[in-house]
Design a protein around this ligand. Structure first.
Ligand SMILES: *[C@@H]1O[C@H](CO)[C@@H](O)[C@H](O)[C@H]1NC(C)=O
Length: 225
């Protein structure tokens, strides 16, 4: 518990630190810096308002220029993963659009519209289905991935490289029954800050044969035209 707690904290800090990188590489835009002093000076006593429920129930609300998301990986081979995007559940057991292997949602990075979802059985499925799905992704598309049960047995070099090209730094190492959450984008020039990977290790596994569930949330910068 303590160890996974630390991992969570590290993941959050890492996300904060690298979101800027994501922003920079994804958009190629420059940002105006507003000094804290001028902001405080213009509004020394901001009105106290009730905190609103954030999109997806996330801990922090997201700026207008971004999309809120939450991804929860599968729990062992028992509870399927779920994905929330801008306060809408886009993949879940209730929606009946998830399954064993890799669960993937494609979202338009400009307007946030869900384009497509897919489930790819990586234990006994046909890798060609995943390859075709990944190769067809167009530039400017956000790619959200959650693992369930086994994300890797059928994963080959070509598929791993396609995920790497979307900004993943763990796809190359994914193994049998590892847990994996990932948000990347086609056209990303650097590694995505939104990725979690927990190895299946008998000594550390929470469940008998599987690691603990992973949960990741954050704000994905919108793509400007
Ligand atoms: C995303 O939506 C914008 C319009 O908001 C459109 O111009 C663009 O082609 C869409 N991108 C994809 C990959 O469909």
């Amino acid at each position: 518990m303590r160890w996974t707690g630390l991992i969570r904290i590290a993941a959050v800090l890492f996300s904060l630190g690298t979101t800027w990188l994501f922003v920079q590489t994804y958009f190629n835009t420059s940002w105006k810096v507003v000094s804290l002093r001028s902001w405080l000076g213009s509004d020394p006593d901001p009105p106290k308002t009730q905190p609103l429920r954030t999109k997806c129930g996330n801990q922090k609300s997201c700026p207008e220029s971004s999309f809120a998301f939450k991804v929860i990986s599968g729990a062992a081979n028992v509870v399927g993963p779920s994905m929330c995007f801008e306060n809408t559940i886009i993949m879940s057991g209730v929606k009946n659009n998830i399954g064993r292997g890799l669960n993937i949602a494609l979202v338009n990075g400009t307007n946030g519209q869900l384009m497509k979802t897919g489930v790819f059985d990586m234990y006994s499925g046909d890798i060609k289905l995943l390859l075709d799905f990944l190769k067809a992704i167009q530039s400017g598309t956000i790619v959200i991935v959650a693992s369930y049960d086994d994300p890797a047995t059928k994963l080959n070099d070509e598929a791993r490289k396609l995920f790497t090209s979307l900004g993943s730094s763990h796809a190359s190492k994914l193994a049998f029954r590892d847990n994996w959450n990932f948000v990347g984008a086609k056209g990303l020039k650097n590694e995505s800050p939104f990725e979690q990977h927990l190895k299946n290790e008998a000594a550390k596994n929470k469940y008998d044969g599987w690691p603990e569930v992973l949960e990741m949330e954050g704000c994905i910068p919108k793509k400007m035209d």
